[in-house]
Ligand binder design. Structure first.
Ligand code: SF4
Length: 88
């Protein structure tokens, strides 16, 4: 298990949705851009939290899906996704 923070920066996000196919926690938001929706993920275990800060979406997870998040970040052409391990 790894504790990590996923930040989705709305400003650079361009609604290309390459992230969605890498990690199902990324979903389309009402504004046509991406957001993080743990409720939309069937394997979400309820240990994470999601908050908004200055328009960005920041989610903390404690599970073994950091690789999926990193793949989504790597696939994002505008570098709108940042994945960082955090100390508990
Ligand atoms: S891949 Fe990047 S730019 Fe495209 S929707 Fe996802 S976060 Fe936004």
């Amino acid at each position: 298990m790894t504790t990590y923070e996923v930040t989705l920066k709305k400003e650079p996000c361009d609604g290309i949705f390459a992230c969605l196919t890498r990690d199902p926690r990324f979903v389309e938001d009402d504004d046509g851009l991406a957001t993080i929706d743990p409720a939309g993920d069937p394997v979400y275990d309820g240990d994470g939290e999601i908050r908004e800060e200055d328009g960005d979406v920041i989610a903390t997870f404690d599970d073994d899906r950091i690789d999926e998040a990193r793949q989504a970040a790597a696939a994002c052409p505008t570098n709108a996704i940042v994945v960082e391990e955090v100390e508990k």
